[in-house]
Design a protein around this ligand. Structure first.
Ligand code: ATP
Length: 329
């Protein structure tokens, strides 16, 4: 076992509920084991500028139930340039860090790989509401975001049912439809439109709503991932094609916030502890992942450019559930 004295931790890219519980788990575990934790502010920008603060137990009190990240997060374009990464590596040396824990998505992991090439040991923890990283079955924040979407859809259902409308709900996901699919199937949506799938508007949307209307159903939920196109355009087309009044709701940034769910807290806590163990076990830069439903790790350099494929079985199940029935045959 290697002795480590001081590690740095940063959050980068889009914020995700679960980042704070990870920070808490890291600090609580490290401090108890005599390791000091340096919080780096605003992702890689803080590493370039030396914007840091030691994190003590009192700083992480109550963080299990806080969304966002106390370390702030940022997208740092400077870090794409080698000279700034050199500067970041020098900060690590100057601060006497044994390594860095980088919490974030795909881009954050790419940055982590580049930093590790400069002799800094980096451990990546996957956190993004998109759940689009191919290296892991789960990224922190996804579950909370799905629950936030469901909560919003449940409320839209009340008003949509009262007014007999189609509710078109746009959720985040420019390139990945995991959020839309998971929340769509959970909400019992009439149609779920994803960037990974070609959309046949007549077949996938208009016909299903028309069929339901003939059978007495006057309210529908259509979930659309933002990468599919403008939800307002789809809303207008639905109204024209079906004659049913339709309203669009773009959920936007509320999907990023909120109290982390049990899954995000428990997974985050375990990932934080595993990250510390990786430093103790050796010098290799690694990513903490979920594999086969349990916490695991893999070489950091193997993680980049692995896009997580859409769950086809879930997509097929979603389509097989006939949402057009209102009364039985
Ligand atoms: P999310 O999935 O929520 O968007 P992310 O981690 O993928 O999170 P990005 O904005 O893509 O978010 O990346 C975060 C930061 O990682 C960037 O602002 C940049 O500082 C760094 N980064 C991204 N790609 C690279 C790269 N190829 N080389 C070096 N650094 C990178």
């Amino acid at each position: 076992m290697k002795t480590i004295k001081r590690i740095g931790v940063l959050t980068s890219g889009g914020d995700a509920p679960g980042m704070n519980p990870v920070i808490r788990a890291i600090v609580r575990t490290a401090v108890a084991e005599g390791i000091s934790v340096i919080g780096i502010k605003r992702g890689y920008a803080g590493l370039i500028n030396g914007d840091v603060q030691e994190l003590k137990n009192a700083d992480v009190d109550g963080l299990t139930l806080k969304g966002g990240t106390i370390l702030y997060t940022a997208r740092c374009d400077e870090f794409l340039q080698p000279e700034y990464r050199e500067k970041a590596a020098k900060t690590c040396k100057y601060l006497g860090l044994d390594g860095i824990i980088a919490i974030g998505g795909d881009g954050t992991f790419k940055g982590a790989v580049e930093l590790s090439k400069l002799g800094v040991q980096v451990v990546g923890i996957p956190a993004t509401i998109d759940n689009d990283m191919g290296c892991t079955e789960y990224t922190l924040g996804f579950d909370t975001a799905c629950n936030t979407i469901l909560d919003a859809i449940d409320k839209l259902r009340d008003t949509g049912q009262s007014h007999e409308r189609v509710s078109v709900v746009e959720v985040m996901g420019r390139h990945a439809g995991h959020l839309a699919l998971y929340s769509g199937i959970a909400a019992g949506a009439t149609a779920v439109l994803l960037p990974e799938q070609d959309v046949d508007f007549e077949h996938d949307v208009a016909d299903v709503i028309r069929r339901g209307a003939i059978r007495g159903r006057r309210h529908h939920i259509v979930v659309i991932a933002e990468g599919v196109g403008h939800a307002t355009d789809y809303c207008r087309r639905i109204e024209e094609a079906t004659g049913i009044e339709s309203r669009v709701t773009v959920l936007g940034y509320i999907q990023r916030g909120g109290v982390p769910s049990a899954r995000d807290r428990a997974t985050g806590a375990q990932m934080g502890v595993r990250a510390l163990d990786i430093f103790k076990e050796g010098d290799e830069s690694k990513a903490v992942i979920v594999k086969g439903g349990v916490i695991d790790d893999m070489p950091l350099s193997d993680t980049t450019d692995m896009k997580r494929a859409l769950d086809q079985t879930m997509f097929e199940s979603c389509n097989r559930i006939d949402t057009s029935w209102y009364w039985d045959k």
